[in-house]
Ligand binder design. Structure first.
Ligand code: DAH
Length: 337
């Protein structure tokens, strides 16, 4: 029997219970597909006598039209509904506060290192590098620092093996460069150095800048001229400079260089311990024994060397009273430079 009425009712019931877009497609196949319920009814028509075929054919086709229209309608309604639901569930709440990713800042130590390099480069100095893990030979021996020198004390030096240490200063770069090239030469070397030491003005790692100039007739006045020019640029052209006799195994004569205290203008205060002066670097004329170690003839060549602590210079330049601030990387601190 071609029960069109009950087929229509079944279809409408099923259509009513459809709630998802995916189910609509299944329904379409079930009724209108090649082996669909309606399609098979259409096939049966050909077996009927012409009279019945015509009237039944019309109702089957009407049902087919109805099913197609209803399915299309439901499909577009469900599509719209699902699109709206997705818009709501995927909505971004633009009123929420975002994640704050602060920009970093150039570190004041790097800034001052660059400034120092710049000053010496304009005076014709090159820039060299050396390893932070260094041989005892370069760090001490070749710099005329004998085995019993206090600087080699286990308490100051980080030992890796008996012969390998963390460099305690940038002076070994002097030796490494002189071993490679013949005079005339002038360069600075910058970098990290390590000492087993920690308080408000010392950290186990800090930075130094080393300088070396060697030629056939370098004198102490060349050293004075270069260092005064440097100090007047890194501080101010009015900054007083004084050379004080001192001792370093690798220079002879040696000096320590002071600048007029920038906190009290030389009148004497707590920072300069009442002296009116602040020590900022060590320097001197290269000890002939160092030249001998690298195969330079001390009868032909003379030279000067100097070394300074970059943290100390930066602290003085910017009136920073605690060295540890450099290593906390608090942006409120770093933003001030
Ligand atoms: N290396 C010394 C230190 O760390 C600083 C120094 C002094 C370097 C005199 C030099 C120099 O080149 O001539 O205390």
């Amino acid at each position: 029997m071609l029960d069109i009425t009950s087929l229509k009712k079944t279809f409408l019931d099923e259509l009513n219970s459809v709630t998802k877009l995916a189910e609509i497609q299944q329904l379409r196949v079930k009724y209108l597909g090649k082996k669909g319920l309606l399609t098979s009814k259409l096939k049966l028509l050909s077996a009927l006598p012409p009279e019945e075929r015509r009237s039944l054919g019309r109702s089957v086709n009407e049902l087919k039209d109805l099913i197609e229209t209803e399915i299309d309608l439901k499909e577009s309604l469900l599509g719209e509904k699902e699109r709206k639901e997705r818009l709501v569930s995927e909505a971004i709440d633009i009123t929420l506060t975002g994640k704050y990713t602060p920009f970093g800042r150039e570190h004041p130590i790097n800034k001052v290192l660059a400034e120092i390099a710049d000053i010496f480069v304009t005076m014709g100095f090159g820039v060299e590098e050396g390893p932070e893990v260094e041989l005892d030979y370069y760090n001490f021996e070749a710099l005329n620092i004998p085995k019993d020198h206090p600087a080699r004390d286990m308490q100051d030096t980080f030992y890796i093996t008996e012969d390998v240490i963390l460099r305690t200063h940038t002076s070994p770069v002097q030796i490494r460069v002189m071993e490679k090239v013949k005079p005339p030469l002038r360069f600075i070397a910058q970098g990290k150095v390590y000492r087993c030491d920690a308080d408000i003005s010392h950290t186990p790692m800090f930075h130094q800048v080393e300088g070396l100039m060697v030629d056939t007739d370098i004198s102490f006045s060349d050293l004075k001229g270069v260092l005064e020019a440097f100090i007047h640029r890194i501080f101010t052209p009015e900054t007083p400079v004084r050379f004080r006799p001192s001792f370093f195994p690798f220079t002879e004569p040696s000096a320590e260089v002071d600048i007029g205290c920038i906190f009290c203008d030389g009148r004497g205060c707590r920072v300069c311990k009442g002296s009116g002066w602040l020590e900022i670097l060590g320097a001197g004329m290269v000890n002939p024994r160092v030249f001998e170690m690298v195969g330079y003839d001390p009868e032909i060549y003379t030279g000067f060397a100097f070394g300074m602590g970059v943290e100390r210079i930066t602290m003085l330049k910017y009136s920073i009273d605690d060295i540890r601030l450099f290593y906390e990387n608090d942006l409120r601190f770093l933003r001030q430079f």
